[in-house]
Write a protein that binds this ligand. Structure first.
Ligand code: DOR
Length: 442
């Protein structure tokens, strides 16, 4: 099947330009194809922008074990709607994805259920370093240096040193210092209101854990990705290790801060906790100056009923895959960043961090994971229109300008003007030794 996308402004590695893109099978066959090119389908994308599909390097799709919150199918539908064509999913499912058998089970579930491409991190425990060292078909190792949803936690120095010393896959981590968090919680008897969450999971907890992990990365020359940076004080440690350390920021740490507890309560309770407006500004500055390379969601759904429990019973996390691209495109609309920067943060940079050799750019021969966006489309985020299972968004009622309108996964059109083709299936991570990376299309 050949599809010719005509007249879109295509965001190419060398910059945005109006040109035609020909998809043949699962790949981008031509950039700059003539108008007369024969194709089975022709899309006139006049007035729209064509971007590489986004790669979300941090989602929690809850399967197996917590599928009342989300599953690999519903989470992937949210991705398709949101212009995300590849997700990398976290290991804190039930059971935890901490060995090759569990990873194989998740890969089989992904193949059966996901409408976009998928990959699964292997989770670290204090004593599974042999499994981590032997893992294949996973993009990397996830360490919870601070505890979050679930029971994965590695905070002992000896265990952390072994993981950095004895494994070769890139490592990413949730950086909040467990000792600091516990001491802060004890000071206020565990906390009583949602805003206490930011007193417990404070700046010091994030900064200390990021400092500790980046030092390990330097000591063992081991590639390391700091997940969901939230505190300005983490940034110097990331900048100081440039080259071996990369970093990610999530929309909630760009757009929410402690002032939002009054309006949104537990809907903005997440780990790491939101910080201050000054930290929001520091996250934006770090993205713009390249200290932070990646924007990803940490999509972590819980039901509204679970979220509405009083603190500290209320669980941490919020959904974001279907809105993150619009949130970022709205920043383009406001003149606060460029569309090329959004493509870098959401498509190209995550591909490079995770050795995804043939995604994240509109280049001939790359996979045809593509999204058409309408930079002039104005629409409001509404709980009633969310396709992910939990059915709510902390951005409910927010109007944004700039939305994904069509999405292709490996050349298959999975989303068009509000409709998702739930029958489409994405592809798993396959390590391609010849190309030295993942997601090689056969
Ligand atoms: O708030 C969070 N919730 N942060 C995480 O890192 C994990 C997540 C979850 O799985 O619920």
């Amino acid at each position: 099947m050949k599809t010719l996308i005509k007249n879109a402004v295509c965001v190419l590695p060398e910059g945005a330009q109006k040109t035609n893109v020909l998809i043949d099978g699962g790949v981008i066959a031509s950039v700059g194809a003539p108008d007369s090119t024969q194709a089975d389908a022709v899309v006139d994308a006049e007035g729209l922008h064509l971007l590489p599909g986004a790669i979300d390097d941090q989602v929690h799709f809850r399967e197996p074990g917590l599928t009342h919150k989300e599953d690999l199918h519903t989470g992937s539908l949210g991705c398709a709607k949101g212009g995300i064509t590849t997700f990398l999913e976290m290991p804190n499912t039930i059971p935890n994805a901490i060995n090759r058998e569990r990873i194989a089970e998740k890969l089989a579930l992904g193949a059966a259920k996901s409408v976009v491409n998928y990959g699964f991190y292997i989770g670290a425990t204090p004593d599974n370093v042999e499994e981590l060292a032997a893992a294949e078909g996973v993009p990397g190792i996830k360490i919870f240096i601070g505890s979050s949803t679930g029971d994965l936690l590695v905070d002992g120095q000896e265990a952390l040193e072994r993981i950095f010393a004895e494994t070769t896959l890139p490592i990413c981590a949730h950086c909040e210092d467990e000792t600091t968090v516990r001491a802060n919680a004890a000071k206020i008897n565990g906390g009583h209101e949602y805003a206490d969450h930011s007193k417990i999971r404070d700046h010091a907890a994030a900064i200390y854990a990021t400092k500790r992990a980046t030092n390990l990365s330097r000591k063992y020359k081991h590639r390391f990705h700091v997940l969901h940076v939230s505190a300005a004080g983490e940034l110097p440690y990331i900048a100081d290790h440039a080259g071996v350390v990369t970093a990610e920021v999530c929309p909630h740490h760009l757009f929410f801060n402690t002032d939002d507890y009054a309006r949104l309560g537990s809907l903005v309770q997440m780990n790491p906790a939101v910080k201050t407006a000054e930290d929001n500004a520091a996250m934006w500055k770090a993205l713009l100056d390249g200290t932070i390379q990646v924007v990803a969601t940490d999509h972590a759904p819980h039901t509204l009923e679970e979220k509405q429990q009083p603190y500290p019973k209320s669980p941490s996390g919020l959904p974001a895959v279907e809105n993150v691209m619009a949130l970022m495109l709205n920043q383009v609309h406001l003149g606060l960043c460029t569309i090329d920067q959004v493509v870098h943060w959401m498509c190209d940079a995550p591909a490079r961090v995770w050795d995804i050799v043939n995604k994240g750019r509109i280049v001939e021969g790359y996979d045809a994971d593509l999204v058409l966006v309408d930079l002039n489309k104005k629409a409001m985020i509404r709980d009633s229109e969310q396709v992910t299972k939990c059915g709510w968004s902390p951005w409910h009622g927010v109007e944004l300008t700039g939305w994904p309108v069509r999405t292709w996964v490996l050349g298959q059109e999975v989303f068009r003007d509000g409709q998702i083709d739930a029958s489409i299936r994405g592809q798993a991570a396959q390590y391609d030794h010849a190309r030295g990376g993942y997601w090689a299309t056969a």
